[in-house]
Design a protein around this ligand. Structure first.
Ligand code: ADP
Ligand code: MG
Length: 252
């Protein structure tokens, strides 16, 4: 097997997506090796969420190709549910709004997908869930319903839920944007820990300090294209395009 085959975790090639007459992604190509943390930044409406959603086929791309965890789906292929499910087994997503199931306890939220989608035996799923809840600092909340938790705690449960599916790649879509400022740190702290563990993460974020300190690569999306990308030191110290300079002036 070629070296790139063994180290590549995600490869998106020339991904296109339109909604009616609105062309949202105009050919996005991006790859991440195992253990990479890619921060995706850009103005609201630039296509960041749509791109993440295309990676796990929550949106079906109109063109291009996605390779994740040995699965390889081209938009030209017949869209085959089984192959999409196979690809999704390698990916877990954390949303801005947590998306926990309100009528399930924390533990049930974390065991749901392993038990009902991945056919993990119940006892094993429970011990996995307990391990990951401990990992995010919430072992004592397992029998609580989400509405009794703070936003920061809910997002940490969502991260434990993602971890419990044991994905090859974790996608985060503005995981701290819905949080009160004093709760942002606890979630970023968990994410920094995951990066240190060598997990492959694609993170849409407005947290520039996180992007600078934690990422292996920063990608700037502008009007549906990658206007600029590079290692954070270079990216932040010497932005090349006007769009990127203007964006960084606004957010830094
Ligand atoms: P970002 O996450 O960078 O803010 P999005 O990917 O959410 O951007 O959206 C990019 C553009 O696509 C926006 O103009 C948005 O209104 C549009 N868009 C996103 N999802 C849909 C949809 N399901 N139907 C129609 N337009 C959409
Ligand atoms: Mg978005």
């Amino acid at each position: 097997m070629a070296d790139s085959e063994t180290t590549l975790a995600v490869e998106a090639t020339d991904v296109h997506k339109r909604f009616g007459s609105l062309e949202v992604l105009k050919g996005i190509s991006l790859s991440a090796a195992k253990g990479d943390v890619v921060s995706i930044i850009g103005a609201s409406g630039s296509g960041k969420s749509t791109f993440l959603r295309c990676l796990n086929f929550l949106e079906v791309p109109d063109g291009g190709r996605i390779r994740i965890g040995g699965e390889d789906i081209s938009a030209d292929d017949r869209i085959d549910k089984k192959r999409i499910q196979a690809l999704r087994r390698h990916v877990a997503m954390v949303f801005q709004s947590f998306n926990l199931w309100p009528h399930r306890t924390v533990l049930e939220n974390v065991t749901e997908v392993p038990v009902h989608v991945q056919s993990v035996p119940k006892a094993e799923a429970v011990s996995r869930a307990e391990r990951y809840l401990k990992r995010v600092g919430l072992a004592d909340k397992k029998d609580v319903y989400p509405s009794f938790l703070s936003g920061g705690q809910q997002q940490r449960v969502a991260i434990a839920r993602a971890l419990a599916t044991e994905p090859d790649v974790m996608l985060f879509d503005e995981p701290t944007s819905a949080l009160d400022p004093e709760l942002v740190g606890e979630v970023l702290g968990v994410m920094r820990g995951l990066a240190d563990e060598g997990r492959t993460m694609l993170v849409v974020t407005h947290e520039m300090e996180f992007a600078r300190d934690v990422s292996s690569q920063v990608v700037f999306l502008h009007q549906g294209t990658i206007a600029e990308a590079g290692p954070p030191a270079e990216f932040f110290s010497a932005p090349k395009t006007d769009a990127c300079k203007k964006f960084l002036e606004r957010v830094l």
